[in-house]
Design a protein around this ligand. Structure first.
Ligand SMILES: C[S@@+](CC[C@H](N)C(=O)[O-])C[C@H]1O[C@@H](n2cnc3c(N)ncnc32)[C@H](O)[C@@H]1O
Length: 181
């Protein structure tokens, strides 16, 4: 399958699909952190290039409910972020999964199809991740473990904090490749 992993610099989902033999590409405005098939640029320019499946991780900075206290000061940024999400969900691709934290996508576009947690996929941590799905089954838990640490919320300030907070968990990436690949 030809798989597009939109808004991914970490290569986590891309490489999980490549490990299963798929022709998977990541795309981000940033270069990839891990060498591999990567398109650096706007994903909006390549949505019509014959992909069978797209997994998209659009920025949540102006959408996440955790930032609600700033919402009134960033209406324009919020609308642009929502327009970007809509463009991804409306892409001419048969199967689409779009992930974001609990966000205003739910009230402004539609409710997510499911919410997954890292502890359902082998990481003893909690971080609610919403999935909006098109022509894909819900992701089944692969390895439910006991820990419920809120690791990403407790990270100390650093220049890479946003990156460390936004990287996809390898257990969830593998579940996507195993179940949707
Ligand atoms: C929340 S991060 C997702 C990180 C991802 N989970 C990973 O493991 O690499 C959102 C990413 O969207 C990228 N982005 C924003 N606008 C984009 C665009 N038009 N085309 C491609 N990537 C974009 C940003 O550069 C950022 O890296």
């Amino acid at each position: 399958m030809k798989v597009l992993v939109a808004c991914e610099y970490s290569g986590k989902v891309r490489d999980a699909f490549r490990d299963k033999g798929h022709d998977a590409w990541s795309c981000d405005l940033l270069p990839t952190d891990v060498e591999g098939q990567h398109i650096q640029g706007s994903v909006l320019d390549i949505l019509d290039q014959g992909w069978d499946l797209m997994i998209a991780h659009p920025p949540c900075t102006h959408l996440a409910v955790s930032g609600a206290r700033w919402f009134k000061d960033k209406r324009k940024e919020q609308q642009e972020a929502l327009d970007f999400v809509k463009a991804l969900l409306d892409a001419p691709i048969d199967r689409i999964a779009l992930e974001n934290p609990v966000s205003i996508i739910s009230s402004k576009i539609r409710k997510p199809d499911q919410i997954v947690q890292p502890w359902q996929h082998g990481h003893g941590e909690t971080k609610a991740t919403c999935l909006w799905l098109k022509n894909l089954p819900k992701l089944e838990p692969t390895n439910i473990v006991e820990g419920r640490k809120a690791r990403v919320h407790m990270m100390p300030p650093s220049k890479d904090r946003w990156k460390l907070r936004s990287e996809t968990y390898t257990g969830i990436a593998k579940a996507m490749a195993d179940q949707w690949g």
